[in-house]
Design a protein. Structure first.
Length: 220
């Protein structure tokens, strides 16, 4: 199988990020208390408009979604990513504006017994950066505290974090969830989550500022 240079660069980038997570902060160890890096994430300093599918969430549930968005906006600023999340209203279909995120529901667990929610890239640029995406929550995830945890976890995927099934409990927001209506012990990114995000975006900015690296990433 032939891997395009742009894809190879992204995979190499993720490998460097995982190594950096261990080198930059000795207490953060990938797959132990820090999640692996994802291959996609929102562009640095982007303002992501977040839409809720019409009629899918109660007032209390919406407040939890807002809380997770605010938490990640603050964490992104702290980590140097500069990504902001803001509510843009209700919608009747997946929003494809750039950059936009749609929050909706479906029978996730009935269709995939191993999952309760999904983060789905909808559009990406030629280098793999997210342009639009949507999050599916299960209809059965109704408890506000659980929804807060799930929202924080799924937003983490868009910040460059992957699931960490082997991480110790309560060490990362990217831990697995014990049930469809339970959080995973955290409702916001941990210090090591933010460290991985910092490494993702620092390396991205370094590559962007290097003309040679920029050519490699943009070579089809």
């Amino acid at each position: 199988m032939t891997i395009k240079p742009a894809v190879a660069a992204i995979l190499l980038l993720a490998a460097f990020i995982n190594a950096a997570a261990q080198d930059a902060t000795p207490n953060c160890v990938t797959n132990h208390n820090a999640p692996p890096a994802n291959s996609y994430y929102w562009p640095p300093d982007s303002h992501v408009r977040v839409f809720f599918m019409r009629g899918m969430f109660t007032t209390e549930q919406r407040e939890m979604l807002f809380a997770a968005m605010n938490t990640w906006t603050e964490a992104a600023a702290e980590a140097g990513a500069g990504v902001k999340f803001s509510y843009a209203g209700e919608t009747d279909e997946l929003s494809q504006c750039d950059p936009c995120l749609t929050i909706t529901r479906r029978d996730v667990n009935k269709q995939d017994r191993k999952h309760y929610a999904f983060f789905n890239p909808l559009k990406q640029d030629r280098n793999g950066l997210l342009l639009s995406a949507w999050i599916d929550f299960d209809f059965a995830t109704t408890k506000p505290q659980a929804l807060l945890g799930y929202m924080a976890h799924e937003l983490g995927h868009g910040m460059g974090l992957w699931d960490c099934k082997t991480c110790k409990k309560n060490k990362t927001i990217m831990n697995a969830f014990p049930g469809i209506n339970s959080d995973n012990g955290l409702t916001e990114p941990s210090a090591c989550d933010k460290e991985v995000v910092r490494n993702v975006y620092q390396l991205h900015r370094r590559v962007e500022s290097n003309p040679t690296g920029q050519k490699v990433l943009r070579n089809d």
